[in-house]
Write a protein that binds this ligand. Structure first.
Ligand SMILES: Nc1ncnc2c1ncn2[C@@H]1O[C@H](COP(=O)(O)OP(=O)(O)OP(=O)(O)O)[C@@H](O)[C@H]1O
Ligand SMILES: O=P(O)(O)OC[C@H]1O[C@H](OP(=O)(O)OP(=O)(O)O)[C@H](O)[C@@H]1O
Ligand SMILES: O=C(O)c1cccnc1
Length: 484
């Protein structure tokens, strides 16, 4: 449990708005917000939702310390009444969210918050910070693992992540997305995830020669012995010296569990093929060839096409920083104001139709083909609607209403995506261990056809609106355009 106090991890405007809500006695007005994103990262066909556990910890610890209050007082913006109110602040609302590791798509609510406006507003910035980061890295890792197929992928990004938090939570997200282990020891301890590694060039350079360094490493770590062979000359000294050490181990009857080499520069396809031949000829057919050096999903796919003989991939900078698409654009939008039992749905208009929000308190159904267990579509309804697998379901494309798909009863299965996390301030959700979330993610990815997972121009998953939601949206757009 992370007990960091992050109450001030909020944008200043959340507090200035909240002071107004408080002063006008509006602060207890219940509202509903949705968190969602509009475009899949990396031009991909999906995202992997991650970060919920850190969001839960943030909400549980959400209170202002006396020092926080003093700091705010010294800004000379907040009055005593509001600051006194903040002293006893805690979250009493209800949150529904998608479980971590779930495959998700643009525009569907991933988190639904129902709370007094003052609470719902203050948590916006932290929710987006936490979820945008981890969801982005988990998605990147899922793509990398997809490209690597059945190979092992190790997360090596610590030294290039944007600071300690991004490295630790990034490693967590990378494991959720499919990485098999991380070099980040703090992440290993915090989340009980496998820590793995080889050795650096410095060790080879430190000893009088490469062979001595390899011998020392092999002697100490015979169970996991990947020797870095590119410090001087990969094929002329690195691989021959590694083979020499493996022969010495064989002669001494030492049977390593995992042994082999790591390539870290040069033409990884060519070098891996040559090294494979040399290892095989020396009788080390089960020696592993691992590689690192600016890898990402595209290069791994490319190296496989080139016939590279690599089965363990160390992936650092490009994954931990999501280098080709460094921010997920998740947003947090007000969708309803409660008026007693009745909800007043709210919509945000925009000249850009993509940015018009889906109004009202909603839920999301995932529709699976009963035979294949693959996702057919996601379906957003108003909260008071109920779908039934035993009736015919008609799916309309939101922008092209003529694109219709009819699902006969009995041919599809339904699952609600949003599950309760907090009910009236009480946490009702127990996060599974990270390795279980990773398994869940693998099962989730299996519910997607390959067409949605390919790296370029993937199929677009349909996220449909129920008729009631569609009609409400049209009505509100029409009313807003005519009144403002
Ligand atoms: N067969 C290949 N096909 C495509 N790209 C490759 C192949 N082999 C290596 N690369 C990539 O080419 C780039 C250059 O590799 P190279 O090892 O020559 O330089 P480097 O990594 O900067 O070297 P160093 O780590 O010693 O500084 C790296 O991004 C590497 O991942
Ligand atoms: O390339 P990445 O995907 O970020 O993987 C991590 C890199 O970190 C290490 O070397 P470092 O980058 O410190 O030095 P090097 O580039 O000289 O090998 C390692 O040898 C990898 O090359
Ligand atoms: O263990 C490794 O091989 C490793 C760890 C961090 C970065 N590069 C490589």
């Amino acid at each position: 449990m992370d007990s960091r106090k992050l109450a001030l991890l909020t944008d200043f405007y959340e507090l200035t708005m909240n002071q107004i809500f408080y002063e006008n006695q509006d602060h207890n007005q219940r509202v509903v917000f949705d968190m969602f994103y509009r475009k899949n990262p990396f031009n991909g066909g999906y995202a992997v939702f991650a970060g919920l556990q850190q969001l839960i910890e943030y909400i549980k610890n959400l209170n202002f310390s006396p020092e926080d209050i003093e700091y705010l007082r010294n800004l000379n913006v907040f009055d005593d009444k509001f600051l006194n109110y903040l002293k006893d602040f805690k979250f009493t609302g209800t949150i529904y969210a998608v479980p971590e590791g779930t495959v998700v798509f643009p525009k569907e609510p991933l988190i639904r918050i129902e709370a007094p406006i003052i609470q719902a507003q203050i948590i916006e910035s932290a929710i987006l910070n936490i979820i945008n980061h981890q969801t982005l890295i988990a998605t990147k890792a899922a793509r990398v693992k997809w490209a690597a197929k059945n190979d092992t992928v190790l997360e090596f990004g610590l030294r290039r992540a944007q600071g300690p938090d991004a490295s630790v939570y990034g490693a967590r997200a990378a494991i959720i997305g499919g990485c098999d282990g991380t070099s980040n020891v703090l992440a290993g301890k915090k989340f009980n995830i496998p820590v793995k590694g080889t050795h650096a060039h410095s060790m080879v350079m430190f000893y009088e020669d490469e062979l001595t360094a390899f011998r020392r490493f092999a002697k100490k770590y015979p169970d996991s012995c990947l020797l870095l062979v590119d410090t001087y000359n990969t094929l002329k000294s690195g691989v021959p010296n590694a083979i020499k050490v493996f022969k010495e181990m064989r002669d001494a009857n030492i049977k390593p569990r995992l042994y082999g080499i790591r390539l870290d520069s040069g033409d990884l396809a060519y070098l891996s093929k040559e090294a494979r031949k040399m290892l095989d000829d020396a009788g080390f057919k089960d020696a592993v060839i691992s590689a690192s050096s600016d890898l990402d999903e595209y290069l791994i796919q490319e190296l496989k096409i080139q016939g590279a003989k690599i089965s363990v991939w160390g992936v650092g900078t490009k994954q931990i920083t999501a280098k080709d698409d460094p921010a997920l654009g998740g947003v947090y939008k007000l969708v309803q104001i409660q008026n007693g039992e009745k909800g007043i749905p709210k919509i945000k208009l925009s000249n850009n139709p993509e940015k018009i929000t889906n109004p009202g308190k909603k839920k999301v159904y995932r529709i699976y083909d009963k035979k294949t267990n693959k996702i057919i579509s996601d379906f957003i309804t108003l909260d008071n609607e109920h779908l039934d697998e035993n009736s015919t379901l008609t799916l309309y494309d939101e922008t092209h209403r003529w694109k219709v798909k009819t699902l006969k009863s009995g041919t599809y299965k339904l699952k609600e995506l949003l599950v309760p996390i907090f009910i009236n301030g009480e946490c009702v959700y127990k996060t599974p261990p990270v390795m279980e979330i990773r398994n869940h993610c693998q099962r989730e990815l299996n519910t997607l056809w390959e067409e949605y997972k390919r790296l370029t121009n993937p199929e677009v998953m349909h996220v449909c609106l129920s008729d009631n939601l569609y009609n409400l949206k049209e009505k509100l757009i029409y009313e807003s355009m005519n009144s403002k």
